[in-house]
Design a protein around this ligand. Structure first.
Ligand code: AMP
Length: 312
C-alpha cells in the first residue's frame, strides 16, 4: 500500500498504476486490446469504521486501483461545529485500509489541500437548501468544493459514497452531471451496528445513555419500512408517517430533533402531507437529524417506488 501526503506524489502513484495496468493488458492481449484500467476512489474524513470499509470493499470489487483519501476538510465545518474535536487515528485507519486491500492512501495536510485562500467554490443550488443544508449553512459548498478538488487530483472512474449521507449523494450526482465530470458516483448502502444504530465516526462522542437512546432513529425508520411493506398501512399519508416518526423519536427524553423530513429522492422535493404513501410516484427519503447533547446524528431510509405496495 502506498501512502502519500502530497498532490504531486498522488498523481504520480496513480499514473504509475494506470501505466502498469495498460502495459500488462498490452502484453497479454496485444495493443489492439488495451483494457481500461479502472480507478475507484473512496473519499473520507478518517476514523474509519465498517461503513467506510464497505465502500472500500465495493471499490475493491469494481476497480483495478483503489484510492482512499483521509482528510478532515475544514471548509465544510461551521464556526461552532466539531472541526477541532473531530476524532482522528491515522495508525488505525491505515490498518483498516491495508486490511481492505487499498492501493493508495492520500493523507494531505490542510496546507497541501488549501495552499492559498480558496476563491473558487462550487455551489449546487436547490438540493442544498433543505435538510443538512438548512441546518449547516455553507456545509455543502465545502463538500462539493473539496470533492471536486479531489476528483481533479485522483481522476477516478468510479467514486464511492455512503447513503448514510443521502443528501450528499444527491448533491454530488448533480455536480457531476452539471459539470460533465467524467466519474460515476456509486451509492452504497448504510452500514449499521447490530442494534440498528448507523455507524458514524461521531458515535464515539455519545455517552452510554445517549448511545442507548439514539436507537430511536433507526427504530423510527424501521417502522416506516414496515408501514411501506404493509398493504393496509401503506395507505397512511405522508403526514401520518411524519407523526409516527416524530412520536418514536420524542419517546427518547435526550433526543433534540433538528429535522424530520420526507422528500422525493434524489430531487429532494417536499411531498404534500395529505398524500398517501402508496400514491407517491417517485422514490422517497425519510431523513432525520437529531442531537444528543452536542452530538448531531443523521439517518435516513429510502423507499423505492417499486418497494411500496400499491394501495388497492
Ligand atoms: P465521512 O468520513 O463521515 O465523511 O464519510 C466518508 C464516506 O463514508 C461518506 O461517503 C459516507 O456517506 C460514508 N459512510 C459513513 N458512514 C457510513 C455508514 N454507516 N454506512 C455507509 N457509508 C457510510
Amino acid at each position: 500500500m502506498i501512502i502519500v501526503r502530497e498532490v504531486a506524489q498522488l498523481r504520480q502513484a496513480i499514473a504509475e498504476r494506470r501505466q502498469l495496468g495498460t502495459n500488462r493488458a498490452k502484453a497479454e492481449y496485444g495493443s489492439a486490446a488495451i483494457q481500461q484500467h479502472t480507478v475507484g476512489f473512496v473519499p473520507t474524513m478518517g476514523y474509519l469504521h465498517e461503513g467506510h470499509a464497505s465502500l472500500m470493499q465495493k471499490a475493491r470489487e469494481l476497480s483495478d486501483t483503489v484510492v482512499l483519501s483521509i482528510f478532515v476538510n475544514p471548509i465544510q465545518f461551521g464556526p461552532n461545529e466539531d472541526l477541532d474535536s473531530y476524532p482522528r487515528d491515522e495508525a488505525r485507519d491505515l490498518e483498516v485500509a491495508r486490511r481492505e486491500g487499498v492501493d493508495i492512501v492520500f493523507l494531505p495536510t490542510v496546507a497541501e489541500m488549501y495552499p492559498q485562500p480558496t476563491r473558487t467554490k462550487i455551489h449546487v443550488s436547490a438540493l442544498t437548501e433543505r435538510l443538512c443544508g438548512a441546518s449547516r449553512p455553507g456545509h455543502f459548498d465545502g463538500v462539493t468544493t473539496v470533492v471536486a478538488k479531489l476528483f481533479n487530483m485522483v481522476n477516478p472512474d468510479l467514486a464511492f459514497f455512503g447513503m448514510k449521507d443521502a443528501q450528499q449523494v444527491a448533491v454530488l450526482q448533480q455536480m457531476v452531471t452539471d459539470l460533465n465530470m467524467n466519474v460515476t458516483i456509486v451509492p452504497c448502502p448504510i452500514v449499521r451496528e447490530a442494534d440498528g444504530l448507523a455507524l458514524s465516526s461521531r458515535n464515539v462522542y455519545l455517552s452510554a445513555e445517549q448511545r442507548e437512546q439514539a436507537l430511536v432513529l433507526s427504530q423510527s425508520l424501521r417502522k416506516v419500512r414496515e408501514v411501506s411493506e404493509d398493504a393496509v398501512q401503506n395507505s397512511f399519508t405522508i403526514g401520518q408517517i411524519h407523526q409516527m416518526v416524530e412520536s418514536t423519536i420524542t419517546s427518547s427524553p435526550l433526543a433534540d430533533i433538528d429535522y424530520i423530513e420526507i422528500l422525493t429522492f434524489p430531487g429532494l422535493e417536499p411531498i404534500l402531507a395529505e398524500q398517501r404513501l402508496s400514491d407517491v410516484q417517485e422514490d422517497i427519503i425519510v431523513a432525520l437529524a437529531v442531537k444528543f447533547g452536542n452530538t448531531r446524528l443523521i439517518d435516513n431510509i429510502r423507499l423505492q417506488k417499486a418497494e411500496v405496495l400499491s394501495h388497492v
